[in-house]
Ligand binder design. Sequence first.
Ligand code: ZN
Length: 244
Amino acid sequence: MTPSPPLADGALVLFSGGQDSAVCLAWALDRYARVETVGFDYGQRHIVEMQARQRVRAGVLARFPHWADRLGEDHVLDLRGFGAVAESALTADREIEMTARGLPSTFVPGRNLVFLVYAAALADRRGLTALVGGMCETDYSGYPDCRRDTLDAMEISLNLGMEGAFRIETPLMRLTKAETWRLGAALGGESLVGLIVEESHTCYRGERGERHPWGYGCGHCPACELRAAGWDGWVADGRPATAP
Ligand code: ZN
C-alpha cells in the first residue's frame, strides 16, 4: 500500500494475539502515529493466548521498522473477576456446544462490552481516541456484542459517560475470513502473513502441536475451522498455495 501520513491521534488496539487482532494491529500501525495494545486476562484456560500476544508484538518490532517507531506500550488488564461471573467454555473446562439461545458455549455474555469500557478508561488515561477491535459480523460467530449496531450504541454510551471523543473502529466488520488474510497481505506482505501463520493463536482448545498451512491449532474446533476455511478461500482466490 502507498504510505500515507499517519493520523496524529493515537489508537488502542484490543489485542488478543489471534489472527484478527494481529491484522487489526497492522491496520492501526498503518494509520496512526501512536499505537498501544491492550489484552485482557479473564481467566483464559490457555496461557498460550497471552504468549502469542508477546510473540506477535515482538515480530512486528523485528520485521517492520517503520511500524516499530509507532508501536508503544502493551497493557494487560486483570478481568478475572468478570471471567468468574461469566464462566463459559473458554474459561471453564467444558465442551464447546450450541446453547438454547443458538449461541456457541464459547459466548461470554457481555464480554466485548466489558472490554470496551476498560479499553476506553485506559485510552482516556493514555490520551488515545481510537479503539480498534477485530469484531466481525460476517462469519459464523454471530456474537451479539460483535455487531456494528451494538458497537455504535456502545460508542455513544462511552462518549456520553466519559465525556470522551472515542471512535470504535472495526476494520474487519464486513470482511470474510478470506478477506482478512488478504487485508493482512496488503498491509504487510508475506512477512506479515508469515508472522500471523507462525505466531498468532486462534484455537479454542489452546493446541499448538500441529502446523497447518494456516498455522497451529487442533484443526477441529470452530475457531480452527473458521481460520482454515478462510485460508483455503484465500488460496482458491489466487494466492500461491505454498506457505510463506
Ligand atoms: Zn482448534
